[in-house]
Ligand binder design. Structure first.
Ligand code: ZN
Ligand code: ZN
Length: 429
């Protein structure tokens, strides 16, 4: 029979890599606690409408990338392509507007998008997500950006820079869309200078033309009008407050007119954080403000701001920058045993050691004492417990210190406390 393999675009996170993931999530949890975000664990699938209305029908995500299926009850459900819409759905459904505002939540987990897999991009990918809901203040935009910077700083990632833009609001964006369309149709090559995808975007979603990677589209839009120049008074003031705040916290910021993000719900602030040396920079996170998302999914207005960061991308960046997250923990104690009978005695000692909170293991394969000793040494055990024929007969256990080879004998009943003391002393060395 043919062996079954994992679906294209998925990844098994194992061994040393899973340790890096746990480290990243651990640092996010620490930062969340320090900044006052509460953890939310939300469903992986939602009603399809949440995303088609929340993210927007004309976006690549909703048009081409969602894992949507009809369940056995005839409902259309979708594996979440991102987390923000679910967080807002939960805020509205659980009536969180009654809590003191704003409400700060964070979470992490797998997201799903049907995209062409490549390095660092999977169809099932993991994100950490931080959101501040229920505040229009630019100070919250700054807080969100600071939250993301603090995560990378604590992870030891260097050379961070913030790219920022404002995508305006429903008051000022239509005029900018018109200005952009006018610029493109008035250019020498006109609409014909755009790639096929962008020609489709021209009517429905012209802002996305700005972040097309196609070189011809890039050249055509090089000198296009900037959104910042079209902002209404309110959006302009907001943008000014955010950039001043970022300067105050010492963030290295540049304005990027091409930064429009792929999701329709963004208003005002849109940002990305790049990490690494110039030229090999990697976007480790993206986010922004989304004041109208709640209304588009049937709620009242809930001005909010947040970001998401891909765990795969963070781990690639950690590896690329050679960040050391420390040695893999080794078993502190290994039990070696001499006979069938000694095996049972070893099992009970192992049970007691682990029950006392010591990291311990034993050999179960009945190998020779010599081989077991060698294995204990290569496994990096600090102490070895020997239960040989003599020890079994006399109700004792040998404790061997692997750093100097010294061995002493203690009574079986005292073995656990003796090992605890040994490890304490060893820790002080
Ligand atoms: Zn505006
Ligand atoms: Zn294009």
């Amino acid at each position: 029979m043919e062996m079954i393999k994992a679906p294209r675009g998925t990844k098994d996170v194992l061994g040393d890599e899973s340790r890096k993931w746990a480290h990243v999530i651990g640092v996010c949890r620490e930062v969340a606690e320090d900044f006052g975000y509460k953890e939310a664990m939300l469903p992986i699938f939602e009603h399809t409408e949440l995303f088609s209305r929340g993210i927007g029908d004309a976006t690549d995500v909703v048009e081409k990338e969602m894992y949507t299926f009809t369940d056995r009850g005839g409902r259309s459900v979708t594996l979440r392509p991102e987390m923000t819409a679910s967080v807002m759905r939960s805020y509205l459904e659980r009536d969180m507007s009654r809590l003191p505002q704003p409400v700060k939540v964070w979470g992490y987990g797998p997201m799903f998008r049907y995209e062409r897999p490549q390095k660092g991009r999977y169809r099932q990918f993991w994100q950490v997500d931080f959101e501040i809901l229920g505040s229009p203040s630019p100070l919250r935009d700054i807080e969100v950006i600071d939250t993301s910077m603090e995560i990378y700083r604590r992870l030891g990632i260097n050379n961070l820079s913030v790219l920022i833009n404002s995508v305006g609001c429903p008051k000022c964006r239509p005029a900018y869309r018109d200005a952009l369309r006018g610029f493109i149709s008035g250019s020498a090559s006109g609409l014909g200078g755009l790639c096929e995808t962008c020609r489709e975007r021209f009517e429905r979603n012209p802002l996305r033309i700005l972040d097309c990677k196609n070189p011809e589209c890039k050249t055509l839009t090089d000198s296009s009008p900037s959104m910042i120049d079209s902002l209404c008074g309110e959006c302009r003031e907001h943008f000014g407050a955010v950039t001043r705040g970022l300067a105050a916290i010492g963030a290295s910021v540049s304005v990027d007119n091409r930064l429009v993000r792929g999701l329709d719900y963004y208003t005002k602030t849109a940002y990305e954080i790049l990490a690494g040396e110039l030229g090999s920079q990697n976007a480790v996170c993206g986010g922004g403000r989304y004041d109208n998302l709640a209304e588009s999914i049937g709620g009242p207005r809930v001005p909010s701001v947040g970001f998401a960061s891909g765990i795969e991308r963070i781990v690639i960046t950690l590896e690329g920058q050679g960040v050391n997250i420390g040695e893999e923990p080794k078993p502190r104690v290994l039990i070696v045993n001499a006979s069938e009978e000694a095996l049972i005695s070893s099992v009970s000692l192992l049970h007691e050691l682990r029950g006392a909170g010591l990291s311990a293991d034993m050999d179960c394969a009945g190998r020779s004492l010599k081989v077991q000793m060698k294995r204990a040494s290569s496994a990096g055990a600090r102490f070895v417990c020997v239960i040989g024929e003599d020890e079994l007969a006399s109700g004792t256990v040998g404790i061997k210190d692997m750093s100097d080879g010294e061995q002493r004998t203690v009574s079986r009943n005292d073995a656990v406390s003796a090992l605890q003391t040994c490890l304490l002393d060893w820790g002080k060395r």
